[in-house]
Ligand binder design. Sequence first.
Ligand code: ZN
Length: 265
Amino acid sequence: MVWIFFTVGLLIGSFLNVCILRIPAGTFWSSSRSQCPSCQQLIPAWLNIPVLSFLWLRGRSRCCYSSISWQYPVVELLTGVLFAFIYSRFPFWDFATFHFSLPNLLRFLHGSILFSVLLVCLGIDMRHHIIPDVLSLPLILLSIPVFWVHPELTGKSSLLGVLFGGGVIYLIAWSYFLIRKEEGIGFGDAKLLAGIGGWLGYQAVLPTLLIASVVGSILGVGLVVFQAIKTHKVALQSSLRLEIPFGPFLVLGAFLYFFFDIPYL
Ligand SMILES: [Zn+2]
């Protein structure tokens, strides 16, 4: 079953790739078939198989031999692993005994829908340094039906999660703006953490933010050191202004919180 959900994840991942490319471009609804990004030729279905096509084509497109972005197989594999993990965490169907668990199905759907949306946010934030409102705002609104059907999540926990998640980053963003007179952490991150708080409860907000800050700082310092070694000089001014999107770290923090089951209160 875990392998079935790994495969389902690969297919969903291929759709998430489309979302990552088309949502910022505003072409999500316009064209339905996959096109080559460099020569616009339609890609036949048999060359559009998750991960396998990339390996088979050795990372080059059949139509014009332009290199295919690593984003495609990476997002597909990540989604596959994600779905396999979430299913192994909440197995809702037992092949041997035919036992079906509705609460686990709801927990599985909750996790896989949330982290599919968050993966799209992660991809778009890495490419464009923005988190589109068309993703973060529906995420916040959907937390209402989510706490309604989820076995553990309560309305109080979810609502406080939205307020606390949004508020804490809004505060950080405003104080940074007042001190430095420039935008450090984006308001897109505030809406993202509000959504995470709404889906996982207010208890998720601080652990998510803590993991995101620690991992983000380590990676940020690492990048500065790497740049200093590469350019043989410590460019302090430019290194302080190094722009790293924060959204991906929030997504990582939320996933670690979710997966290692710090219980709902
Ligand atoms: Zn092409």
